[in-house]
Ligand binder design. Structure first.
Ligand code: ADP
Length: 358
């Protein structure tokens, strides 16, 4: 991982004893307004003897759409709970808007809106009533509250449905009401835990459009946890987690550019022998993953005829593709995002990854 070429936009992680992570200065310019809105430093969390976060550090800039990408069990929810002040970390710190999540949780909560995976809307109330009660929880009252509800329902495109019971809404519309609840008190930061779970593709696209609008028009910093590559690709920057470790940090473009060139996958009867022979003959790194030989190489299209000619009859099929975030994950961890034995890996996620390669 440390012999990668320096790529603009990728923030290089320097680890010591595999826990503490420090940052070299980002090659990407800081946000013009200056200070980061979220600063996470050396965050560690243990559940009894299980380490869920193993010294995670990163910063989020104002008006940034920031993704926490990782497979199941990588620590996303733990990090989300710490940022939303629901859990105290074992060590390290998380600051939002200059406030410490452990020492100043009450003050910090005024600066964040939180959308949990589990539904929090009351289906038996109207959209307006849901927001009215939420507003009261934040001490909003009277005309100010009415005005804000109108504003926020307009923002999520549901003002015309304000008097309808939420149970009559589609899944996507219910999620937008969740979003509106999280935004009612004008937070600078919106935290969303896997917000598109259970939504159809159209509703997913809509939700992401709203998140982009929030970032651009209200200058809200949006932090989204996801295990979906296509969602991660929509983020301005990403922190990629694996088994509690931060394995990559940067823009999706810079992270994939870091791999450089192409990814070649070869199928053969004996992939291990083929990989060994390719390494010996061409001095390229060839690894075996899921019974395929995998090679990261510049100008893959030029390498393909050479390798086919060098080993006649041994290669059953091959593919050449541009690197994806899945390749970034493999590059950094040495294994696939969804391994066959990953706990409860959703089928959709698995298929998505494999489809990109077929
Ligand atoms: P993710 O959200 O990425 O799936 P989590 O933060 O839920 O990851 O989990 C990180 C690790 O911590 C996993 O190994 C998980 O099994 C473990 N873990 C999560 N919650 C608890 C808990 N309440 N008690 C014990 N272990 C937990």
């Amino acid at each position: 991982m440390d012999d990668n070429p320096v790529v603009p936009g990728v923030e290089y992680l320097v680890t010591s004893n595999s826990t503490a992570i420090d940052f070299a200065p980002s090659a990407q310019p800081a946000h013009p307004t200056g200070q980061p809105i979220i600063v996470v430093r050396d965050l560690v969390h243990r559940y009894q003897d299980r380490t869920a976060l193993n010294g995670v550090s990163f910063e989020v800039r104002p008006a940034e759409l920031f993704g926490l990408l990782g497979p199941n069990g990588s620590g996303k929810t733990t990090l989300f709970r710490i940022l939303s002040t629901l859990m105290v970390p074992t060590s390290g710190s998380a600051m939002i808007a200059g406030l410490d999540a452990v020492r100043q949780p009450g003050a910090l909560r005024r600066h964040i809106g939180v959308v949990f995976q589990a539904q929090s809307v009351d289906l038996k109330l109207t959209a307006y009533e849901n927001l009215w009660h939420q507003g009261h929880l934040y001490g909003l009252r009277g005309f100010e509250l009415k005005q804000r509800i109108t504003e926020i329902l307009t923002r999520v495109g549901l003002l015309d449905r304000c008097a309808d019971l939420v149970e009559t809404f589609s899944g996507g519309m219910q999620r937008r009401i969740e979003l509106a609840k999280g935004l009612l008190h004008h937070p600078e930061v919106l935290l969303l835990d896997e917000p598109t779970t259970g939504l159809d593709p159209g509703a997913r696209r809509d939700l992401w459009q709203y998140l982009q609008i929030l970032r651009d028009q209200e200058r809200v910093s949006v932090i989204v946890t996801t295990h979906l590559m296509e969602e991660a690709e929509r983020c301005d920057r990403l922190a990629i987690l694996n088994e509690g470790n931060l394995v990559a940090l940067g823009t999706p473009e810079a992270l994939t550019r870091e791999i450089g060139g192409d990814v070649i996958l070869l199928e053969a009867r004996d992939p291990q022998t083929l990989a060994d022979r390719i390494r010996n003959k061409f001095q390229v790194e060839a690894t075996v993953m899921d019974n395929q030989v995998r090679i990261e190489i510049e100008n893959g299209h030029r390498f393909v005829p050479d390798v086919v000619e060098a080993f006649p009859g041994e290669i059953q099929s091959l593919s050449v593709s541009k690197p994806t975030l899945e390749d970034v994950f493999i590059h950094r961890t040495g294994h696939r995002f969804w391994s066959e034995d990953a706990e409860a890996a959703p089928e959709a996620g698995k298929k998505k990854v494999k489809k990109k390669r077929s």
